[in-house]
Design a protein around this ligand. Structure first.
Ligand code: ZN
Length: 82
């Protein structure tokens, strides 16, 4: 990666290491370059994102189960006693 500083050695040869972060978006592969110094921070953010996403999925699942239970309860309540 070129840092853009005038007279930096990277104008001739690549000396600033970067990490490429790739993701798919609407069928297109999008690359984002991040500085190696930021890599750990980005990794932490990504892990947080993944954990949150998983928690949301679990929540949706629990919510759906609750809905089913409520439906069944309503059904049971509407059963008439003879
Ligand atoms: Zn440079």
């Amino acid at each position: 990666m070129k840092c853009g500083k005038k007279g930096c050695r990277c104008e001739q040869e690549p000396i600033h290491p970067v990490t490429r972060l790739s993701r798919w978006e609407n069928g297109k592969l999008i690359n984002k370059l991040i500085r190696v110094a930021d890599r750990e921070g980005v990794r932490k953010l990504f892990n947080n994102y993944r954990k949150h996403k998983q928690a949301i999925n679990e929540f949706v699942e629990i919510n759906n189960k609750e809905k089913e239970l409520l439906k069944n309860m309503i059904k049971l309540k509407t059963v008439k006693y003879e």
